[in-house]
Design a protein around this ligand. Sequence first.
Ligand code: C5P
Length: 219
Amino acid sequence: FRPKLLAGRKVLITAGPTYEAIDAVRGITNRSSGKMGYAVATAALELGAEVMLVSGPTSLPRPAGTQLIDVTSASEMFDAVKQHASRSDMFIGVAAVADYRVAQPSKQKIKKSDAALTLELIPNPDILAYVASLPKPPFCVGFAAESEKLAEHAGAKRKKKNIPLLAANLAQNAIGNDDNELVLFDESGEHALPRADKLTLARALMRHAVALYMKGNRK
Ligand code: C5P
């Protein structure tokens, strides 16, 4: 039995990777299957929330009951989030957003040659930081994939992004797998969620997020 603690609440979630075009056929992306974000969407639905899922390219089926907005690039993801963030009660950024995009993607396929090719990369907007800095932000939850020093990097990241809750995982545990391990960082410290399938972890994360949200704990 799961009480519908989020009935009538709007939850906005980003999931999956983003894809930044280099030319008509090539691009830069992050390794992300979208499984964790889709599991979080399912867990939010189970709590009775109205769920909008902004998803980069994945091969996953839409979790039944969610509104899905398909996007490709970080800029498209940002536009979709900007449209819906201020009307949301909770924002959960699970997407592995590319930190950079190609300054001038080519419409045509770039011809191969023996010469070195230099790409200019420019930073993408930080979608989560934008939502967290809105005048009346939704309750914000971030994710962090680190390759080492989880506690040090993730604790600092939560404070830097000014968000009440951050779920951290080791990239080598998380990417593409059905199982994962999470450590939740909030104002009171860290809380380890032991290895489990991603839906089990998503449910535990949502329980934690809802408890903080109900307490009005927004920083
Ligand atoms: O700083 P870092 O990229 O590790 O932060 C990860 C968190 O920030 C994730 O919640 C991710 O979805 C979000 N993020 C974002 N926009 C970016 C980069 C990261 O929303 N451009």
